[in-house]
Design a protein around this ligand. Structure first.
Ligand SMILES: NC(=O)c1ccc[n+]([C@@H]2O[C@H](COP(=O)([O-])OP(=O)(O)OC[C@H]3O[C@@H](n4cnc5c(N)ncnc54)[C@H](OP(=O)(O)O)[C@@H]3O)[C@@H](O)[C@H]2O)c1
Length: 261
């Protein structure tokens, strides 16, 4: 068995679906373990993969741990098998804690975001030398590329990455909702305002692949025009510093949660 998924919630299922759609692994090389055996069998039938129990992980090459961080403590002793490489997506669980709990340094810490559900995640990866030497980091990069993009990042930047990229779908959603509210305030229907907000955010994200955000801003804002008046209102309201602070606060909170273990 090449890979066992442990925990098939929102994230585990999204990654499994990405792996199957990209044919990264054949279904017969994939096993799944959920908390409840009947649910494991039900899901295995849906996806055409192998239903397993925790003890089967012993004979797998790798396991993806996709349970909640608070569920990990109870689970760890049923997971620690020699010769298995572990890939965790649990927020705030460090490679050090993974290695201590699982009794191996073949551990990869990954941080995807909610966009994995539509295969557009920006995923950060890190792991110690042993994980690199065993090919676990390379395997994890391939795995997460089935649900978006994957980048290696030093672990000291993981809390910052969590505070910025992993939390960003929520920040951007808040901006989108407020933008739509502005449209509604000016008389546009709620339905149209939400469509326009989504279209504009997607298009701006695409433009950022070719242009720096400052260039996009300058190109839209003509002298004495509408946009520069809108921008001035945003600056007065401190939108820039609010976003700096959001990333800073979320990073600090990630650090606190990691320290609590
Ligand atoms: N959601 C996000 O946007 C996001 C982003 C980045 C990282 N993450 C991380 O991804 C992980 C999963 O998140 P999620 O949103 O997918 O959570 P979730 O929907 O709660 O999924 C966790 C799944 O694991 C199952 N589980 C619990 N204990 C288990 C055990 N001992 N053996 C096998 N399966 C077990 C749970 O079953 P029960 O329901 O029966 O408990 C549940 O189906 C978390 O650690 C989170 O920090 C999430």
């Amino acid at each position: 068995m090449e890979l066992v998924f442990v925990g098939l919630g929102k994230m585990g299922r999204s990654i499994l679906e990405g792996v199957l759609a990209a044919e990264f692994l054949p279904p017969q090389e994939i096993g799944i373990v959920e908390r409840d055996a009947a649910y494991t069998s039900e899901l295995a039938e849906v996806y055409g993969v192998e239903p397993l129990v925790h003890a089967d992980i012993a004979s797998a090459k790798r396991a993806l741990v996709a349970v909640q961080p608070k569920q990990f403590t109870a689970l760890a002793e049923n997971l620690a098998y020699p010769g298995v490489g572990y890939i965790s997506i649990m927020a705030g669980v460090t490679t050090r804690r993974l290695a201590e709990s699982l009794g191996t340094r073949r551990v990869v810490r990954a941080m995807p975001n909610l966009a994995a559900t539509i295969r557009k995640s920006t995923t950060a990866l890190t792991g110690p030398r042993e994980a690199r030497e065993a090919g676990d980091l390379e395997f994890a990069a391939g795995l997460f590329k089935t649900v978006g993009d994957a980048y290696e990042l030093p672990e000291r930047l993981f809390d910052a990455f969590t505070g910025m990229a992993a939390s960003a779908p929520a920040y951007v959603a808040l901006v989108a909702e407020a933008l739509a509210d502005g449209g509604v305030k000016m008389g546009i229907s709620r339905k149209d305002a939400l469509t326009f907000a989504a279209d504009v955010l997607i298009a701006t994200g695409e433009l950022m692949r070719f242009k720096h955000p400052a260039v996009i801003k300058d190109e839209v804002a003509s002298p004495g025009g509408t946009t520069i008046h809108g921008l001035a209102a945003l600056e007065e309201a401190g939108v820039r510093s609010a976003l700096y602070r959001a990333v800073e606060e979320a990073t600090k909170r990630g650090r606190e949660l990691g320290e609590k273990g």
